[in-house]
Design a protein around this ligand. Sequence first.
Ligand code: 3HC
Ligand code: NAI
Length: 646
Amino acid sequence: MTVTIDRQGEIAVVTVDNPPVNALGQALRQGLWDAVGTLDADPEIRAVVLVCAGRTFIAGADVTEFGKPPVPPHLPDLVARIEAAAKPWVAAIHGSALGGGLEVALGCRWRVAVPDASLGLPEVTLGIVPGAGGTVRTPRVIGVEAAVDMVTSGRPMRAAQAAKAGLIDAVIPGDLLPGAVAFARQALALPMPKAASARSLAAPDAAFWAEKEKSVAKAAKGAAAPLRALACLRKAAEAPFDEAMAFERETFLNLRGSDQAAALRHVFFAERAAPRPAALRDVEPLALRRAAVIGGGTMGAGIVAALRDASLPVILIERDDNAVAQGIANLRGIFDGAVKRGKLTPAQAADRLAGVAATTDYAVLADVDLVIEAVFEEIGVKRAVFDQLGRVCRPDAVLATNTSYLDPRTIAEGVPHPERFIGLHFFSPANVMKLLEIVPAPQTSERTLATGFALARLLKKIPVRSGICEGFIGNRILKRYRAAAEALVRRGIPIAEVDAAMRGHGFAMGPFEAQDLGGLDIAFLQREGARAAGQDVPETLGDILVRAGRKGQKTGGGWYDYAPGERRPLPSAIVTELLAGAITPGAAMEREAVAQHLVAEMAAEGQAILDEGIAQSPADIDLVKIHGYGFPRWRGGPMFATGIRS
Ligand code: 3HC
Ligand code: NAI
């Protein structure tokens, strides 16, 4: 039974039990529909508490039903029925009340929640708008401005914030059910609050909407749903309730069948499948209690911060005392930055730092469970580090390298117990970026691999398994993408046009401005290394720029010029001159064609990666590009966007 009814005197308790997340599938909708009828007809009952079993309140509509025709009872009708019930309902919320879950709660006369509950309307992140009154009731409950922020961003609120906004009536600190029943008993003694649909709202003027349209469009970067949600909210503010409901439902049903919604659903399910690969279901990972990071530079410091965010004590090893001090300074910089942005309190930042022991002495690593190496990208340096680790670490401790381009097999040579060796490729900044490429070497055991995935879950990252090839999945596709972009420039498409095309396609940045930000020298040095090793690596346009001292923003210019202290790229006469000999002017291409060509190039490399067995599925490649390289989520990734689906 998905819905059961229990009576506690004059209060009925309706319990929803539809694992894993109490999604509002047809059976649940029907169960709630029937419960309203049953309880309205029960003369003993004066109020109803709606509560959920398991880890969460109703987490939303059942997303798996979205590809199919809607089956009654429809959710808006159910919410209206709860709202119109003769006996008032109280939503008792734990876990997440999201999307349709919050809409059901908004149909209740009162809402109460435990302190760590979160409430939100994340529909826009699925390419749709709320479909059961979310855009119409929410502004009537918390005001238009707060509703606009909540619905167009899709960001949930915690209970305390929700109470402040008026979205819930009380925070229940102790046991939820008895607290909610007691709340219901007390509430019955007070005047009945108006149903959300019957409340009035203050409609803002046209200037308000014009400004919101601008800011929402900017943040959406091409995603359609946030602006459609804004249109629904405007309708809710300016038209009668029923008209606004009809407008919202129509918008919801239209978007549900859209390409963007399909792409976002694809990403939603891929993200949920990634952390638990079926092949490792029965493999027990090593318990991770203490970790160490070797190297406290850009990546090492970021990895330490990520481990500390997950509350693991960390040992940081550097090569000398100065480098230890610099490593600590790098960490302090990260945590201070988090305090400035309001992500951490000063006390939390101090606690993060206090959990790091920095030293040059490898002997203290005798009892760590996991070591992540992030020293210079030089094979000799890395081999020496693993030599030491082999001597001091427990034989079952997992030893990982964060190398970007070196062959993990070469790094692993000579490591005793090589079954515990693995590549864990983080992305910069490592405490922020969600992607973690997990790269097993031939001797890596299933347990070590499972530990890599367990680490990703602990750090709340999206893990993707990659086979061994130059650049693994992400950087290998990046290389093809950059080469294809350079090829367009060689044919005469202006650098700024290529960048504008990709931004217009939904990327945060184009390929050239992104290189200026990250620095052109890293890829240059890698190519030079390959050349020194006798490989035939053709001269790139980027090489010409680096040889002329143009390494990007940090040297005042790369593909573009930059005014001192500014980040706005300016077309560069010097670059035009430097590259003149390599460019054949004449080609013209529409921006959309440029973008489609470059995405097709990425997908072609992705297909090669699949054919070679480097990636496990097209969806994995999509996750890599979305979470590591700024591919627009609403396009579903390069594979999905070009029709390559598993
Ligand atoms: N529909 C169907 N399945 C869902 C689902 C949903 N809305 N939400 C989660 N699931 C599934 C997941 O795919 C996963 O399945 P699996 O075990 O087979 O892989 C399982 O439930 C558990 O999900 P998580 O791994 O994400 O569990 P967590 O405990 O980490 O997180 C959660 C729980 C915070 C509720 C998270 O699942 C979540 O954010 N879910 C999506 C919520 C959402 O977007 N709701 C809005 C839906 S749209 C809507 O309601 C439209 C309405 O306006 C008409
Ligand atoms: P970095 O130069 O900022 O940091 C390297 C650190 O290692 C320095 O602090 C140095 O003092 C320390 N170190 C060097 N030899 C050491 C030794 N023997 N023992 C202890 N510490 C030692 O380099 P960065 O950028 O952090 O890169 C580190 C690794 O991460 C490289 O393998 C790189 O390819 C990889 N990587 C870099 C990314 C990036 O965006 N910078 C992204 C992903 C991986």
